[in-house]
Design a binder for this molecule. Structure first.
Ligand SMILES: Cc1ncc(COP(=O)(O)O)c(C=O)c1O
Length: 449
């Protein structure tokens, strides 16, 4: 459609494109040409197995014709409508999201452009609903890169932009068992006690901050890039209880953990917890078009029945994105991809365990659904990470390089490697990726003391 020789894609991009999350002089992007299912190809024809669903978002896999057709049909019918207009696709999409929301209870939907602005709007709604200001979020979290979402983020990506971010956010600690601050000398503590200690920690913070000042507790239901931290049973239920007790709005960030990623539509569904507000993006359209959403209980929306909700976006409820979302959800239903992710969950967990047993540099593996992680260490006893805090290391760089050279694309974060493939992946394809991981871990094993 648009002409540019393949061999000019990289140099021309490097000259004119500005890259996010990167030092401009050091970028080395893959010049991607096409993608299908769980694979993509670069301009030299090399095939990669996509173990990160690109950016943890292509949940249904690449190049799905049903979604593409729906987007094309929508573009022909009505490409865009002003945010204040009612469209057929907006009516269908919002009803569909209300139906699949936890317990079918989050029945009012605000559409955004992605995850960061979904979280920012969730905060505005919670502040408006409660008349309170503070938001509690966790340290091991990522909630987006706009100024408000960055303030919500707990990990060091926030620190780079301080001061100047949205005020009023207080962070607390995550129930991260492998490196639990409170339990270093009691690794075998029963799950219920471990869980209660973290709920007590949170309640103490609520009291110190003043419950009457706290609008919301906002958390990733299962932590994504900061470690696939699966909450102990009772934790999300405990947060729900604390929110009810203190009149705080519970916001679940399901941007990464939603849409089948954990083997349920939403991660909160594993524990039967219904948040007051839930934010979504990524798997909402499987990234066929940009879209985020905030689903809320009707009583939260009702606060703005007479009062104006002073916020909006030009591209709110963009028809092409909504067509992608509806078609994407239909594909997930027709192809039973949520069920498939649940079926693949024990397969992925077994493969991770086998890898852990075979390689001394694996400190711990964790997974839920098709959401997995390998945590790499220099020493299993001390759990010393393979990279220093918030850095990379030659071993980690070599690990990723080996994966890429062998056609496996994946995301590494500090001393961890994430396994987040498209949900339609088969056991054979998972094993294909693990053969490469096995090879790449021989590199990191050499760093073990
Ligand atoms: C849990 C979570 N929340 C929010 C976001 C931000 O989403 P976006 O990049 O669409 O703004 C991300 C992105 O990775 C995420 O993982």
């Amino acid at each position: 459609m648009f002409d540019l020789p393949d061999d000019e894609i990289l140099p021309q991009s490097k000259q004119h494109a500005f890259w996010t999350w990167s030092a401009q002089a050091k970028v080395n992007p893959i010049p991607i040409k096409s993608a299908r299912g769980v694979y993509f190809w670069d301009t030299s024809g090399k095939r990669y197995l996509d173990f990160n669903s690109m950016m943890m978002c292509v949940n249904i896999g690449h190049g799905n014709e049903r979604v593409i057709e729906a987007m094309v049909a929508q573009a022909r019918e009505l490409t865009y409508a002003a945010p204040g207009m009612a469209t057929k696709i907006r009516a269908i999409a919002s009803k569909l999201l209300a139906e699949i929301s936890p317990g079918g209870r989050l029945t009012k939907i605000l559409f955004t452009l992605g995850g960061a602005d979904a979280n920012e709007n969730a905060v505005k709604l919670a502040r408006g609903y409660t008349g309170r200001f503070k938001i509690l979020t966790r340290y091991r979290s990522y909630h987006g890169a706009t100024a408000g979402a960055m303030a919500l983020t707990g990990d060091p990506r926030r620190v780079a932009w301080e001061p100047g971010l949205m005020p009023g956010v207080v962070h607390f600690l995550d129930p991260y068992r492998y490196r639990s601050t409170f339990h270093r000398t009691m690794p075998d503590i029963p799950e219920a006690e471990f869980c209660q200690d973290y709920l007590n920690h949170l309640e103490e913070i609520i009291r110190f901050e003043g419950a009457e000042t706290i609008a919301a507790i906002l958390i990733e239901s299962v932590t994504g890039t900061n470690g696939i931290i699966v909450p102990p049973d009772g934790y999300l239920q405990g947060i729900r209880k604390l929110c009810d007790q203190y009149g705080i709005v519970m916001i679940a960030d399901e941007v990464m953990s939603g849409f089948g990623r954990t083997g349920k539509w939403f991660a909160v569904d594993h524990w039967g917890v219904i948040p007051d507000i839930m934010t979504m993006a990524k798997g909402l359209t499987s990234a066929y078009a940009p879209l985020g959403a905030v689903a809320m209980k009707p009583e939260i929306a009702a606060v703005f029945n007479e009062r104006v909700f002073e916020s909006g976006l030009t591209y709110t409820a963009h028809p092409i994105s909504l067509a992608a979302a509806v078609a994407n959800i239909n594909v997930m239903r027709e192809d039973k991809l949520v069920e498939h992710a649940a079926e693949m969950a024990p397969v992925l967990n077994r493969l991770l365990k086998d890898l852990g047993e075979a390689h001394t540099s694996v400190g711990e593996i964790r997974s839920i659904g098709l959401f997995g992680i390998i945590e790499l260490v220099k020493d299993r006893e001390t759990k010393e990470p393979l990279t220093p805090w918030n850095e990379s290391s030659p071993e980690m760089i070599a690990f990723r390089k080996t994966c890429l050279e062998n056609g496996l694309y994946l995301y590494t974060h500090w001393h961890t490697a994430l396994i987040i493939p498209p949900l339609l992946i088969t056991e054979t394809q998972l094993k294909e990726g693990f053969t490469v991981l096995d090879k790449a871990l021989q590199v990191t094993d050499k760093a073990v003391k």
